[in-house]
Design a protein around this ligand. Structure first.
Ligand code: F6R
Length: 364
């Protein structure tokens, strides 16, 4: 049921503050302000040398964000690859090590095959999964549930931010287990997560401003998305969302890669979406923006109040709530979903059932 929404995708975007809250409640002891993993899914990250993560599509991008967190907060090295590459790459895997698969449907053929491959190598299997009755949920040793509810729109939205929420909680747990984070660090990071649904609701209020950008994006042949650090995988996700439902060619890049090739594409006709909260990486991204502006590129900057004050020559600046850097991927995911959605609906495509795509990819 779409309720009052025109599309499932719109409804699912709007539901995110609520379902991310539900998901976090499964991983946080709210009264203590500490991480508490669901029953039967406890894991001691101190026992691991490395963590292997694998997934497809949007779920893979959630894994890319998680790599930054596990490495920063837990000093735990992460091997990550797309599921269709992981197995064939034959990475050296440690028996007794942990493989973490991420999947909304729990039925994606390549992700399932990777699960079985890792199991055959003697690894333990953890799964961040949305459908609790799915094959991946059944075959995993440890299930870390996302509580996004049924996701109908083919383009993943709420499952993604719920995956990020679960992975954030796991990374904090890993940081504590490995003695990298103190209890004070833990409670600070947990309180940032607890605040998140409220900030997400605030970010969704940018919708009317984002909708106005649809006319510009609908005319574009190519769109670039740039970000650094954890904003880089969100740039990849932004480009994927736009491609999937509007059929406009889009690419996500690490902002620092711009001058290594993609800047050749930039002219007045190319919108360049920049995801840049005002964090220690902002200044670097700002100099990439200047390179784009100098070539006439139309910069659409998603940032916070402090970043907006340093925006320079942007075509449009959209100001998100100021947040602890750790939670920004969950926050910046929302406007890029809305941008793809409004561009696609403006163009009249079938956003819930885009051409050539299936909700669950059960062939390799
Ligand atoms: C993108 C999208 C796909 C899925 C991918 C993995 O919007 O929906 O890229 O993320 O097919 O699917 P799951 O998570 O079901 O394994």
């Amino acid at each position: 049921d779409k309720g009052n929404y025109r599309h499932f995708m719109a409804k699912e975007i709007a539901e995110q503050p609520e379902v991310v809250g539900h998901t976090l409640a499964r991983f946080i002891d709210m009264s203590a302000g500490r991480i508490r993993l669901p029953e039967g899914a406890d894991v001691d990250f101190a026992k691991l040398d490395r963590l292997a993560i694998s997934a497809c599509g949007t779920a893979f991008y959630a894994g890319l964000v998680a790599r930054y967190w596990f490495e920063k907060f837990a000093r735990l090295p992460v091997d990550i690859d797309i599921a269709s590459e992981f197995r064939y790459r034959e990475p050296p895997l440690s028996p007794g090590g942990l493989a973490l698969l991420i999947s909304q449907s729990g039925e994606t053929a390549d992700t399932l095959a990777t699960l079985r491959h890792c199991r055959a190598q003697g690894m333990r299997i953890g799964a961040v999964v949305n459908v609790p009755t799915s094959t991946i949920a059944r075959e995993a040793d440890l299930v870390f549930p996302t509580v996004a509810g049924v996701e109908v729109g083919v383009a993943s939205t709420k499952a993604f931010t719920c995956q990020l929420a679960v992975l954030a909680a796991l990374a904090i747990k890993a940081g504590r287990d490995r003695g990298v984070l103190s209890v004070e660090d833990e409670t600070k990071l947990v309180s940032a997560l607890v605040e998140l649904p409220r900030l997400m609701a605030e970010a969704l209020r940018l919708e009317p401003e984002i909708e106005k950008l649809a006319t510009t994006f609908a005319k574009a042949q190519d769109v670039l998305y740039l970000g650094r650090g954890t904003s880089f995988p969100i740039a990849l996700e932004g480009a994927l969302k736009l491609k999937e439902i509007s059929y406009i060619h889009a690419e996500g890049y690490a902002a620092g890669e711009l001058k290594h090739g993609p800047i050749a594409l930039v002219d007045e006709s190319v919108p360049v979406v920049v995801l840049a909260p005002f964090d220690p990486l902002f200044e670097k991204t700002a100099s990439n923006m200047q390179e784009v502006a100098a070539r006439g590129g139309k910069i659409v900057l998603f940032t916070d109040a402090e970043g907006a004050a340093h925006a320079g020559d942007a075509f449009a600046v959209l100001t998100l709530p100021t947040a602890y850097a750790f939670v920004s991927p969950m926050l910046y995911a929302l406007p890029i979903q809305l941008l793809a959605y409004h561009t696609a609906t403006f163009m009249g495509t079938d956003v819930d059932q885009p051409r050539n795509l299936a909700k669950s990819v059960t062939v390799e």
